[in-house]
Design a protein around this ligand. Structure first.
Ligand SMILES: [Zn+2]
Length: 314
């Protein structure tokens, strides 16, 4: 459930949607700490247990930092705020109102999952008091212990997304901006990453710009939410951007009547399986489809929503 990394970083498997699907992170410095990403209502207990194991005071957790308000990142924010009495929730300027009043987030997710499944995944999400919020604008920094975190606005996956640069480890807490790579996607060639185009704000140009911005910092590590820390070379980013371009080309090459969930899903699935083979990952189609079911579904939806928005000139 917990994986210790160098530089006083610990990966916590939130258990949300399965094992090793959604991570959150504990960062320590000089007895103080911060939590990046929040899982769901069950995550608070995992965080408290870890703090106890490390003999860290819950009163000295300074920040709780969801990278964006999609619920697999922000769903546990209110329970963590309740559990950690002195922590402030740090959020993107465009995400703040959804933390103060989560009605829209809840309605959106209930529409996707249905009432019962939503409740199973996220339980009760409470509003967060404004005085517990810190809005992090682009280039803001926050310090706890001797550790400085830099916030950069990284739209493209969502317009309410920032990434967090950790100077100490030369790494980014990348949320969903730098794609997804499950543990099964790691081999001798490194980690195979694919983009996440979740509805409703996917913007390919902005996403590529954000990835380039992140690479300007010459990162050694990406701390992905889905899932865990990966090593970064310049070619990692190039390959990720090529896939974003290819997604766009895939939609552009289709007749309008062919832009349906079924046909785009099938194109995306074949394309991704091919990319995985190119990376040297030999996985049965059955295993691939099981592992990727949720992401292929969301990526298909997000690409179609983007296409519709573009057509409407929005
Ligand atoms: Zn997201």
């Amino acid at each position: 459930m917990y994986q210790s990394l160098p530089f006083q970083i610990t990966v916590i498997d939130t258990g949300l949607m399965g094992s090793e699907v959604a991570a959150c992170y504990l960062l320590e410095s000089d007895g103080e700490s911060a939590i990046i990403e929040t899982g769901n209502y069950a995550t608070a207990e995992r965080v408290l247990n870890l703090l106890e194991q490390r003999q860290l005071s819950k009163e000295k957790v300074r920040f709780i930092i969801p990278t964006h308000v999609h619920l697999d990142h922000s769903g546990g924010a209110s329970s963590l705020i309740d559990a950690l009495p002195n922590a402030q929730l740090v959020i993107h300027p465009r995400g703040a109102r959804h933390m103060i009043d989560p009605t829209k987030l809840i309605a959106g997710a209930t529409a996707v999952y249905g009432e019962a499944k939503f409740h199973e995944l996220y339980g009760n999400i409470s509003p967060i008091d404004e005085d517990r919020l810190i809005i992090a604008e682009d280039c803001d920094t926050l310090t706890f212990g001797n550790r400085r975190l830099l916030f950069r606005n990284t739209p493209g996956h969502a317009s309410h997304h920032f990434c967090i640069w950790d100077e100490l480890s030369s790494g980014w807490f990348s949320g969903d901006t730098f794609g997804i790579s499950y543990r099964q996607f790691l081999n001798e060639n490194g980690s195979y990453l694919f983009p996440t185009t979740t509805p409703v704000q996917f913007d390919p140009e902005a996403l590529i710009t954000s990835i380039k911005l992140m690479m300007n910092y010459q990162p050694k590590k990406m701390y992905l939410t889905h899932f865990g820390a990966i090593d970064i070379k310049p070619s990692t980013a190039t390959k990720l951007c090529i896939q974003i371009d290819d997604y766009v080309a895939m939609i552009d090459s289709q007749e309008e009547s062919n832009i349906t969930h079924k046909s785009i899903h099938s194109l995306l699935s074949d394309y991704t399986y091919q990319k995985m083979l190119e990376h040297g990952l030999a996985m049965s189609v059955e295993k691939f489809e099981k592992l990727m079911a949720m992401d292929l579904n969301l990526n298909t939806q997000g690409l179609i929503v983007w296409h519709e928005r573009r057509k409407a000139g929005r």
